[in-house]
Write a protein that binds this ligand. Structure first.
Ligand code: GLN
Length: 244
């Protein structure tokens, strides 16, 4: 069997198949074309077939290859962390613009470290702290920080619980999906940590915790930047107003 033959047999999206093949054969997608007639070893065929099968069963590409690009940087991802989403890059953009020179930033629920590592990479002058309640997630985030040679202080914490001091900026992409949302049982979300996606309630619980704790942890004039669901704008605004 050669690469061309395997690609013809794959019952998944052709682009996904090429990504998985290139990953398994440790080559680029261009090399797949150049080497399309090369004979594969039985071991390579087994390895690739296994990946293709897992993809057929819906496993996210990022978990199969163990990586995802975010803000132009390569991030290691495992099933212990949410797969970073392109829309979250906006949070990094907004944080980067608003953080004063030499300022301090806190990323709550950092997961893979996507936000904190990208922000520290873009703003070498900043003091970045990042938390997560999951030790497994913190291990992934630490490796991502080391890989990109950035200085992020990681703290094991349930939101603000183990966080001391005040910050010029707080940023978070909290689990804001309502437990009743049918999307939780569709696509990639089925394979991601449930605790990274939903609060198990109406989706507003952690947003409320972030907002309530912000005044005590922000310097005067500091920023709280959060992602929320497409239908949570009014509820989020109401909580922000209530917290002053
Ligand atoms: N901060 C991480 C991200 O944006 C993880 C967020 C989460 O797990 N809810 O990708």
């Amino acid at each position: 069997m050669n690469i061309e033959g395997l690609l013809k047999l794959a019952l998944i999206d052709p682009l996904d198949a090429r990504i998985l093949l290139a990953h398994a054969l440790k080559c680029t997608r261009v090399q797949l074309v150049i080497r399309s007639k090369d004979e594969l070893t039985p071991q390579q065929v087994t390895e690739v077939s296994e990946l293709l099968m897992r993809r057929m069963q819906g496993e996210p590409i990022a978990y199969l290859t163990g990586e995802r690009e975010f803000y132009g940087l390569r991030f290691e991802v495992t099933p212990d962390v949410l797969i970073p989403r392109p829309e979250t890059e906006l949070l990094v953009e907004l944080a980067k613009e608003r953080l004063p020179k030499g300022g301090s930033a806190l990323d709550l629920g950092t997961g893979s470290g996507a936000i904190s590592v990208a922000l520290a990479y873009e703003r070498r002058d900043a003091k970045v702290t990042a938390t997560d309640i999951s030790d497994a997630a913190l291990a992934v985030a630490r490796r991502n920080a080391a890989h990109h040679a950035v200085n992020v202080q990681f703290v094991h914490s349930d939101w603000y619980a183990n966080v001391d001091g005040q910050f010029d900026l707080i940023v978070s992409n909290p689990p804001y999906i309502a437990a009743s949302d049918p999307h939780l049982s569709q696509g990639d979300l089925r394979f991601e940590p449930r605790s990274a996606l939903t609060d198990g309630a109406n989706g507003m619980m952690h947003i409320g915790t972030l907002i309530d704790g912000a005044p005590a942890h922000l310097t005067p004039g500091g920023w709280l930047l959060m992602e929320h669901g497409h239908d949570q704008s009014a509820a989020t605004r109401a909580l922000l107003e209530r917290a002053g």
